[in-house]
Design a protein around this ligand. Structure first.
Ligand code: PLP
Length: 378
């Protein structure tokens, strides 16, 4: 554990006084060898667990063969990953990015080009990222206000079926939704909301875009969260868990929007590089497994039940291993004490909300252990 402030780092994060050195499965170790039970997964990134042997092997093997090629060329890991994402979704095409925000930037450009302009409808509580387009799609005063002026043409409405239906018209380029909102404290949107958005977009000729950056890659117990609602989008953004810990994002483009981008419309030097793509192929091998996904649903229920019965928990909700609890206690303080006193890593998404996002390879015993550590704290 380290108590000093790392002075050369910009202060855009309120970091904990812990320096991490190693990880394996659901366990992280700091530089003093102290072990922590990780129920955050690097914010929904390490779905395969830390340093999954298949991901490590894929990275090592690919790094020894070819690290970078540029997007003037294809590589086998990249084309294989694109094919797999298409085969396992509604998609026809895949455009790679380096992060969730970048995947959303690409999605915003895609829907605007397809519609020759137009508004993007987003919902309250959404989080789509920190870059300008993604931030403009994130209707949160505290995050947006210091960085005005934002990108024009975004309208925020309530995440309700009638509000979305009323907001969509012939000037709408797209509706952007997270099927399960993550940063606002794990709020699954109702199937009726997703269906209403689909119908409104169909009627107006607008595109429906799902941001599955946090709720995708098995997090909710199906490979993609939208599968549970039975509503297909026209495009979907993915990142976080996709690379098994490596930075990669993707925009999966469906039939209606396929062919929108022409050479020169969009690009990124590093996107879809061979090493991150190889890691993502290995992560998909682990996550896209019916037995693992069934366990995510099962253990998610167990975690939710355990959390719901804790003292000082007023409400708990979740889908799969994406769980949050509202407390009558200071959640940021609790997250800090969970880390320092109980060696449990969780995070607060607001003043009274705690979020749990364990690796999807978590065991029943680790779920019970996390609940016990929280009980001891509360
Ligand atoms: N979209 C959602 C739903 C997210 O949860 C996040 C990050 O938390 C992002 C987009 C932004 O992703 P990144 O931090 O990789 O840019």
């Amino acid at each position: 554990m380290r108590s000093g402030v790392v002075s050369a780092l910009a202060p855009n994060y309120a970091r904990y006084p812990v320096e991490l050195a190693e990880g394996s499965g659901c366990v992280l170790r700091d530089t003093d060898g102290v072990e922590y039970l990780d129920f955050l997964s690097g914010i929904a990134v390490c779905n395969t667990g830390h340093c999954h042997p298949a991901v490590v092997a894929a990275v090592r093997e690919q790094a020894g063969r070819l690290i970078h090629a540029s997007n003037f060329f294809t590589t086998a890991p990249m084309t294989r990953l694109a094919d797999r994402l298409v085969q396992r979704s509604f998609g026809r095409e895949v455009l790679f990015a380096n992060s969730g925000a970048e995947a959303n930037e690409a999605a915003i450009k895609l829907v605007r080009k397809a519609r020759r302009g137009g508004d993007v409808v987003v919902v309250q509580g959404a989080f789509h990222g920190r870059t300008y387009g993604a931030l403009s799609a994130t209707p949160q005063e505290a995050k947006q206000a210091p960085f005005a002026p934002l990108v024009p043409g975004f309208r925020a409405v309530e995440p309700a079926a009638d509000a979305i239906a009323a907001a969509v018209d012939e000037r709408t380029a797209a509706v952007f939704l997270e099927p399960v909102q993550g940063e606002s404290g794990v709020h699954p949107l109702g199937d009726d909301v997703l269906r209403a958005a689909r119908e409104a977009c169909d009627a107006a000729g607008a595109a429906l875009v799902f941001d599955e950056v946090q709720c995708g890659m098995g997090r909710t117990g199906t490979l993609w969260a939208y599968e549970q609602a039975g509503v297909e989008p026209d495009a979907m953004t993915v990142a976080k868990g996709l690379g098994g810990g490596m930075p990669i994002g993707a925009l999966v483009i469906g039939e209606r929007l396929a062919g929108t981008f022409a050479p020169g419309d969009h690009g990124s030097t590093f996107a879809g590089g061979p090493v991150v793509s190889a890691a993502a192929n290995a992560a998909l091998d682990v996550i896209d497994d019916p037995a693992l996904l069934a366990r995510v649903r099962e253990l998610g229920e167990r975690l939710l039940e355990g959390v719901r019965e804790l003292p000082r928990v007023v409400a708990a909700r979740g889908r799969g291993l994406m769980v949050a609890a509202d407390l009558d206690a200071d959640a940021p303080d609790l997250a800090r004490r969970a880390l320092l006193d109980q060696r449990l890593i969780v995070n607060a998404t607001g003043p009274a909300t705690l979020r749990l996002l364990p690796p999807l390879v978590v065991s029943e015993a680790e779920v019970d252990d996390a609940v016990a550590r929280l009980r001891a704290l509360l």
